[in-house]
Design a protein around this ligand. Structure first.
Ligand SMILES: Cc1cc2nc3c(=O)[nH]c(=O)nc-3n(C[C@H](O)[C@H](O)[C@H](O)COP(=O)(O)O)c2cc1C
Length: 201
């Protein structure tokens, strides 16, 4: 039997260079314990998100959240693809990350909206890690029901992704293949394949 501490250790990033422990210890968890998060905890996460940088300080992100046990949670959960539904039942909250695609000041297209929503999500996840809360971003959902639930203006708004939040639960509760995924180490390609030093010019 694998304990929660085993998983915390397995999921720590094995880095080539030392990084901050909050970055090392974040991962996309699946085994949630079913406990709700308080409004204050959630607002702290959204506060952290809101301090992300964004093009022209537009802050194109919007967060729509629902606590587990509420009709909003159930409708977001219904929109998830089956492979994501299996392990999100015990999440404390589901969040829809919505982006505004146009600048408020002049209606011009904001090419950075998705990038900037990602910046905000990164802030949120690192804040969550510092609070012992785990987040898992989700691209696997049917957009139609989410648009309908949130009443989005699709000319100007789009769902960047969904996000499951919660505290860690027992790994044994997970069905396969999710249990094995939760017990697998995290992988990244080597930095040499990502980083190029510009030496010409
Ligand atoms: C935009 C986005 C969409 C994602 N969609 C899903 C998803 O639908 N289901 C899932 O299990 N994980 C999803 N993930 C999580 C990634 O698979 C995960 O971040 C990646 O494998 C790296 O693992 P780590 O976050 O644990 O380091 C998504 C991540 C992002 C950023």
């Amino acid at each position: 039997m694998n304990t929660m501490n085993d998983v915390l250790s397995i999921k720590q990033a094995r880095t080539q260079h030392p990084i901050h422990s909050l970055l090392r210890d974040r991962w996309s968890a699946r085994a949630f314990n079913g406990e709700l998060l308080s409004e204050e905890e959630l607002m702290t996460l959204f506060e952290a998100a809101s301090w992300a940088p964004s093009s022209m300080n537009e802050q194109p992100w919007r967060y729509h959240y629902a606590h587990r046990g509420s009709p909003g949670f159930d409708r977001l959960w219904d929109a998830l693809l089956p492979g994501n539904q299996a392990w999100t039942r015990n999440a404390a909250a589901l969040v829809a990350v919505v982006g505004k695609k146009q600048f408020e000041r002049n209606g011009a297209p904001n090419e950075s909206w998705m990038h900037d929503a990602g910046m905000a999500n990164a802030n949120l996840l690192i804040q969550a890690t510092s609070m012992g809360i785990h987040g898992h971003l989700l691209g696997g959902f049917e957009p139609g029901p989410v648009h309908e639930l949130l009443g989005l203006d699709l000319e100007n708004e789009a769902v960047a992704c969904l996000l499951a939040l919660g505290r860690l639960g027992e790994i044994e509760q997970l069905e396969e293949p999710f249990r094995s995924r939760e017990l697998a180490g995290r992988e990244r390609r080597p930095l040499t394949s990502t980083v190029k030093h510009i030496t010409n010019g």
